[in-house]
Design a protein around this ligand. Structure first.
Ligand SMILES: O=C(O)C(=O)C[C@]1(C(=O)O)C=C[C@@H](O)C=C1
Length: 234
């Protein structure tokens, strides 16, 4: 018999980190008391992983029998999330979906303060930065899904990023934000991520160059909360 049902025993939820990912926001929405979690007062422990594949695979570990994983499954603009699809298709044990959650996803174009200052010097640029200023951005980092969800914006507003190596896939939107926050290469770099990475001070020195840059206003990502079905349940 299972002893791992949420509500019956302490359990862990794996999600795609670092702080500021959309996955993190969904996890906090599902487990709001986690915010003030004093370990003893909550039955839930949220565990960040670096990639969606690692997040998903963590439910297969024999040492993690009380483990759920929160996975982005599909997006209304850009379709299926590849890493999740590959995991579900290749999992050696059946995977059960416990809950489905939808999140309206609004991406922001983030830059670090140095880049922001340089963009402000471009003719006609002020707050918010003008279209003319955005055209000097050379590279944009994000998760493959976010780059896909903003493709038309990038094509029309950041033409330099259409060149080879101009759009760089990394394992999450928040990782992209943290990378550009630290970037001192002198290249004009940006990230597509949630504006909270800048506005809630999650990564220091980030500025919102433009908010709401997803191609569609009705952009929604569906997440699933899953677990590996145990012996005896199969
Ligand atoms: O990178 C993140 O912030 C995630 O949570 C991943 C992810 C995804 O894989 O679809 C989740 C929601 C958005 O669609 C963009 C990225």
């Amino acid at each position: 018999m299972s002893t791992t049902r949420p509500g019956q025993a302490a359990f862990e939820v794996a999600y795609l980190g670092p702080p500021g990912t959309y996955s993190h926001q969904v996890a906090l929405g599902l487990y709001p008391d986690y915010r003030d979690n004093q370990a003893s007062s909550s039955k839930v422990t949220l565990i960040p992983y670096d990639t969606i594949t690692q997040t998903a695979a963590s439910i297969l570990s024999a040492s993690a029998p009380r483990r759920l994983a929160l996975l982005p499954l599909k997006n209304s603009t850009h379709g299926i999330v590849k890493e999740t699809e590959e995991f579900l298709a290749s999992s050696p044990v059946p995977v059960e979906t416990i809950k489905t959650v939808e999140l309206a996803v609004r991406h922001a174009l983030l830059v670090n303060s140095k880049t922001y200052e340089r963009l402000q010097q471009v003719k006609d640029s002020d707050r918010p930065l003008s279209d003319e200023a955005l055209k000097s951005i050379e590279k944009v980092y994000s998760h493959e899904q976010a780059l896909g969800q903003c493709r038309h914006f990038l094509d029309s507003h950041l033409p330099l990023t259409s060149s080879q190596d101009g759009r760089i896939n990394v394992s999450s939107t928040a990782l992209a934000a943290s990378m550009i926050a630290k970037d001192d290469s002198g290249t004009m770099v940006a990230a597509l991520a949630s504006d909270i990475c800048a506005t809630k001070g999650i990564y220091e020195g980030l500025k919102v160059a433009r908010a709401g840059v997803q191609d569609r206003d009705d952009n929604v990502t569906t997440f699933i909360l899953v677990r590996a079905r145990e012996e005896g349940q199969r």
